[in-house]
Design a protein. Structure first.
Length: 247
């Protein structure tokens, strides 16, 4: 199939498979790791985001950090010490990645086989949504030189005619991203700033899913949008007979 002066969609499919494959693969590992480890191997955790807390037995997360505090807890009261460095390499990577990127609060995480999962439920939703966003782009998206036009390429051209006639491409892309991200931001920051508010796991998964979906969609667009695949701007076919113009 030919579209936008290109034949086939090998570049788009490759980007989608790489990004979506990593997200989906890690998501599967998040379920397999606690299921495969001996029951009770991973106790209740509570660490810090963007920090390594449970690499070794003397790491920060295994200390006495105060019950009821916003960050951490007294690990001795929640099943004892945990060190992902003592696991086999695959499960160690799974929990290490979660340790670095997630706070791993046990009350916001699922437990499988008596073991806490590597990331919280919101991150589970994000990884799931990211993979779906990559899949959507992989099935429908096209390289259209710019990120915004590539992002919007998942929609049928007929539905985009009004957007292109009024040159609302950037506004529409930002609006879609905002619709996906803002609910998660509101839920997360309200939980952080309002003491009386506590989100729940189904809501965390839902808000994380939509945020992850638009993120996967955008990242696929960003990595796919490449002018080098065209002979020039005039070869890019856009809805409503629009043309790219160099400013």
């Amino acid at each position: 199939m030919q579209k936008n002066g290109l034949i086939g969609r090998g570049h788009e499919s490759k980007i989608s498979m790489i990004l979506g494959g990593f997200s989906a693969g890690y998501l599967v590992l998040c379920f397999l790791a606690p299921l495969s480890l001996p029951t009770g191997s991973v106790p209740e955790l509570s660490g810090r985001a963007n920090a390594i807390d449970y690499a070794f037995e003397d790491s920060w997360g295994n200390g006495e950090n105060g019950e009821g505090s916003d960050i951490g807890h007294d690990q001795s009261k929640h099943g004892g010490a945990f060190a992902w460095s003592e696991l086999n390499p695959l499960w160690a990577f799974t929990y290490a990645f979660g340790d670095l990127n997630c706070h791993q609060k046990h009350e916001r995480s699922w437990e499988i086989n008596g073991n806490q999962m590597p990331v919280c439920t919101r991150d589970i939703g994000i990884f799931m949504g990211f993979a779906i966003g990559c899949l959507i782009f992989g099935l429908r998206g096209f390289n259209r030189w710019t990120i915004r036009d590539t992002f919007l390429s998942v929609f049928p051209d007929l539905r985009m005619q009004g957007v292109y006639e009024r040159d609302l491409r950037m506004i529409v892309m930002i609006l879609i991203l905002a619709i996906g991200v803002i609910p998660m931001a509101i839920d997360g920051f309200t939980q952080l700033l309002v003491d009386s508010y506590e989100s729940n796991n189904p809501l965390r998964i839902a808000t994380g899913f939509f945020s992850g979906m638009v993120a996967g969609w955008w990242f696929c667009s960003a990595f796919t949008a490449r002018p080098k695949f065209f002979k020039g701007m005039e070869s890019v076919v856009l809805p409503a007979n629009s043309r790219l113009v160099s400013k």
